[in-house]
Write a protein that binds this ligand. Structure first.
Ligand code: NZQ
Ligand code: ZN
Length: 395
């Protein structure tokens, strides 16, 4: 086995009705005043927000509310949250919603704990944060895995740059996972979430350097199980068993368990982030639209890896004369699965009408941080590679 560190400190509280205990949990972590952060309307409409407020009140935890987080959460609301929390002496972030709400809460927590730094300088990697206020969450969608990840992703409206930042400082203290809270998700969000969950494992699985067999087997099983229960979530939205399996997979996929001892790749994520910044697309759908093109583009960098994926995840049979055909079959199966979920597999299906060469150049420029980096590890991609992949997906 290769050396690795595994740090996943988030306390997971899983099951029906668990979120009613959230006030007790905040108190146990020392929260004296809470920012109750949420999104548009789903948590209000379902009555969840009211129940969370009730729990905070019962356990005597004062709070201020800040709603309005949108998918691809915006820097302007993060700044508003920092100001509000300073005025109100808030010391604990409670995110009620999906990855966007949790990420916004993480960014506010970073901004508050590092007053000498402009929060965007953290996301544009100019300054390193030294601390972070505690964050906890009640999640309403199985997708981003932010409830147990070290990441947060914020979009700056000035230039429409979507930037992620990773630090163990932002790993949440706790996450309440009640699968019933995902029953109200629109099918497109359910499906996008499933793609995102798969991608968090796939983008760790396809990477340079391997050797931890157990990590590979865990990753393959997380993928197989997600594939197995995905359709049921769409066909029977209130199926507790299926929603449970997907929700737990979402947390395991991005707490790094599925990538121990290997370098991550995350190229498709970087390609999607630029699309999200420029066109405000749904994250998982954007991943579905680019991944298979990325896979075909980098296939030759490690055919055996793609063969292993095809066999162990999709039950493909090895073609001993032409292993590349087996590898391609695995990609095709993935693509077919995305289609079966109603997900896009190219940019026009994602709702982006044909990109011009100028737009592709701009996406590639932003993706390389204006020529300062390559992306990915399986095959490091420079600006030319990135443009080639966007061109392939541009159908
Ligand atoms: O705002 P509301 O009304 O709540 O609607 C939301 C939103 O429109 C809706 N929704 C959520 N739960 C619902 C619901 N609607 C009905 N019933 C429910 N129970 O779903 C929409 C999407 O919500 P969002 O929070 O954006 O979804 P997701 O969890 O997919 O988060 C996506 C964001 O996370 C980032 C993505 O880039 C994107 O910005 N990511 C964060 C990561 C991390 N921090 O570790 C990793 C990921 O790779 C990803 O990049
Ligand atoms: Zn993702």
């Amino acid at each position: 086995m290769n050396n690795f560190e595994f740090y996943s400190p988030t306390k997971i509280i899983f099951g029906k009705g668990v979120e009613n205990e959230v006030g007790k949990e905040v108190k146990a972590w020392g929260g004296k005043k809470v920012l109750l952060h949420y999104g548009g309307k789903s948590a209000i409409k379902s009555g969840l927000l009211g129940r969370i407020e009730h729990s905070l009140q019962i356990f005597g935890v004062p709070y201020v509310r800040l709603g309005g987080v949108v998918p691809n959460p915006r820097l302007s609301l993060v700044r508003e949250g920092i100001e509000l929390c300073r005025r109100e002496n808030v010391d604990f972030m409670l995110a009620v919603g999906g990855g966007s709400v949790i990420d916004s809460a993480k960014a506010i927590a970073l901004g508050l704990a590092n007053p000498e730094i402009d929060v965007w300088d953290i996301y544009s990697r100019k300054k390193e944060p030294k601390a972070c206020l505690p964050v906890g969450s009640v999640i309403t969608i199985a997708a981003a895995g932010s409830e147990s990840s070290s990441s947060s992703v914020i979009t700056n409206e000035d230039g429409w740059l979507k930037r992620g930042f990773n630090t163990n400082l932002t790993r949440p203290k706790f996450a309440f996972l009640n699968p019933e809270l995902t029953y109200t998700l629109p099918p497109y969000q359910t499906a996008s979430g499933i793609v995102d969950i798969m991608m968090h494992t796939i983008e760790r699985y396809f990477c340079s350097g391997k050797g931890n067999e157990l990590t590979d087997r865990i990753a393959e099983q997380v993928l197989r199980n997600t594939i197995r229960f995905a359709k049921t979530c769409l066909e029977e939205p209130c199926n507790y068993k299926a929603r449970s399996e997907i929700m737990w997979a979402g947390s395991l996929s991005h707490n790094h368990l599925t990538g121990l001892g290997a370098q991550m790749d995350f190229s498709a994520h970087q390609l999607e982030h630029e699309l999200g910044g420029m066109f405000d697309v749904t994250h998982g759908a954007g991943l579905a639209a680019v991944w298979c093109w990325w896979a075909r583009y980098v296939l030759k960098a490690d055919v055996n890896r793609f063969v292993q994926y095809a066999i162990n995840v999709w039950n493909c049979i090895l073609d001993p004369i032409d292993p590349e055909a087996t590898a391609l079959e695995g990609i095709k199966k993935t693509e077919g699965f995305f289609v079966s979920l109603g997900m896009p597999i190219n940019l026009s299906q994602l709702g982006i009408s044909t990109l011009s060469d100028e737009q592709i150049n701009e996406l590639a420029e932003k993706c390389t941080f204006f020529g300062k980096r390559t992306i990915g590890t399986l095959k490091p991609l420079d600006s030319g590679d990135i443009k080639a992949i966007y061109h392939m997906a541009n159908v």
